[in-house]
Unconditional design. Structure first.
Length: 467
């Protein structure tokens, strides 16, 4: 991560990348003499941010950028994307037939819980921070990271273990799947606590959690559980903060890093073995997995060639092969000397999503809205794509879903949008029957399987239906 490389080198020596279930009790962690002052607790916090990268090219930790590889679990398990050659474990995602031993799913579970562990280590050692405002900020940042990881897990797997402290191997909390409603309540509390303390964008280094990031994430959480009025409050706060804005050029969102539209992104550096990424490379025909996150014909048919976003969404690659020469046009490794060591940041939260979520919050359970604020937000996104929006007097649920599909394609939103809008079974069942897809769909596949590796370690962990 751009800002944290040096300080993380210290922290990573003490914060293991092993499964959180294999970590030592906090009493043993404290006994090694670390986390005894502000600088050392901050090093632990930087290790949490570093864990979001989840990749160390020099040591090949976790093998892949697991959190940015989230596209396999979301975009490729929808009607948006596929793999180029439909082979191996990656084909399981596009066919929505994921095996319990799938290594990407297993590592996704592992990395998120490891980041929860890293956040909990910071929270457990806050007494070493003497300045009260600094202590409060560190806790708020850790709670944001812990909430984000739990949100990743509960949406992907349903009921999951809720880990609110550093656990020992003897602690049964890791063996118990907690009802997702309880997990969401915990996430909401963590983010609410964080919002009260976190600084605004101008008062903290880019790449660290901000008030706006926590408010945006909380708004998305509220939409996920169907609390539209609560979501509206959080999203309005971001919209009126003055910290974020739609930028003029859609392409610049992805290639002019740290722009005004970015609310939270995982940061990388070109050609740096400690802080580069390879997901950009894997999205090309040269990737080791022969091309991932390729657009489906269904997605390409949904985008008007006159749409100003088309050439950013889709890159025509002459060497990409007969399966379709279009690749994902976002996050291409343009400046790295070695495309396997790219520095493109992975965008987690951005302002266009806030505007479209605001429309969703205003619409609520209705099928449409003509609310002036919602219309203005919708038009702002659509106008940037080059469309005449003067004739739009109403936004329907389908219009909003279609706009989200195009605006946020390849950014890990599609599957969860379909689920949240209540149309996942209908859309995916229809897509499964197309010649392009041709797989058997059932609704149980909307959740991923609990990794068999975790169930081997924890026999009390139940499996999701259908696996």
């Amino acid at each position: 991560m751009k800002l944290y490389s040096l300080i993380v080198l210290v922290a990573l020596g003490l914060v293991s990348c092993d499964d959180y279930l294999n970590t030592e009790p906090i009493s043993q962690i404290a006994s090694n003499g670390f986390y005894k002052n502000t600088a050392e607790v901050e090093a632990g916090l930087m290790a949490m941010y570093d864990g979001m990268q989840s990749y160390d090219l020099s040591n090949d930790i976790f093998k892949t950028d697991i959190l940015p590889r989230e596209f396999a679990l979301t975009e490729m398990r929808s009607d948006n994307t596929k793999s180029k050659n439909s082979e191996g474990e990656w084909a399981q995602f596009q066919d929505m037939n994921v095996d319990v031993s799938n290594s990407t799913v297993s590592n996704y579970w592992l990395v998120n819980y490891n980041n929860i562990f890293r956040a909990n280590v910071v929270i457990a050692n806050l007494e070493a921070v003497t300045e009260e405002a600094t202590k409060a900020q560190f806790e708020a940042e850790a709670k944001f990271g812990r909430a984000l990881a739990h949100f990743n897990l509960v949406r992907a797997f349903g009921d999951v273990p809720l880990i609110d402290k550093v656990v020992s191997p003897e602690d049964n909390a890791a063996n118990v799947r907690v009802a997702k409603s309880e997990v969401y309540n915990f996430i909401i509390q963590d983010l609410s606590d964080a919002i009260d303390i976190l600084p605004t964008r101008s008062d903290i280094a880019e790449g660290r959690a901000t008030k706006g990031a926590a408010q945006t994430l909380l708004g998305k959480v509220y939409l996920t559980i169907g609390d539209h009025s609560a979501a509206k409050i959080q999203l309005e706060a971001v919209m009126t903060s003055g910290d974020y804005d739609i930028i003029e050029n859609y392409n610049d969102v992805f290639y002019d890093e740290l722009n005004d539209e970015i609310i939270f992104a995982i940061q990388y550096i070109d050609d740096d073995v400690e802080d580069a990424q390879d997901f950009s490379y894997e999205m090309t025909y040269l990737g080791k997995a022969s091309g991932l996150n390729y657009p489906t014909d269904d997605l390409m048919a949904a985008v008007d060639p006159a749409d100003g976003r088309f050439n950013t969404l889709f890159h025509f690659e002459i060497g990409a092969g007969s399966s379709g020469r279009y690749e994902c046009g976002k996050f291409r490794p343009l400046t790295a000397a070695n495309s396997e060591f790219a520095g493109n940041d992975w965008i987690v939260l951005r302002y266009a999503d806030v505007l479209l979520m605001y429309v969703e919050a205003v619409m609520g359970t209705n099928s449409s809205t003509n609310d002036a604020g919602a219309l203005a937000a919708f038009k702002e996104v659509r106008a940037r794509a080059g469309f005449d929006v003067s004739g739009i007097t109403e936004v329907t649920k389908q219009m909003l879903l279609d706009e989200r599909r195009v605006e946020l394609a390849f950014e890990n939103h599609r599957l969860y949008d379909l689920i949240r809008f209540g149309v996942a079974e209908e859309v995916m069942a229809a897509f499964a029957q197309t010649e392009e897809a041709d797989f058997n769909f059932n609704a149980t596949k909307l959740l991923l399987p609990i990794p068999q590796r975790e169930r081997n370690l924890n026999p009390d962990l139940s499996q999701n239906p259908g696996y």
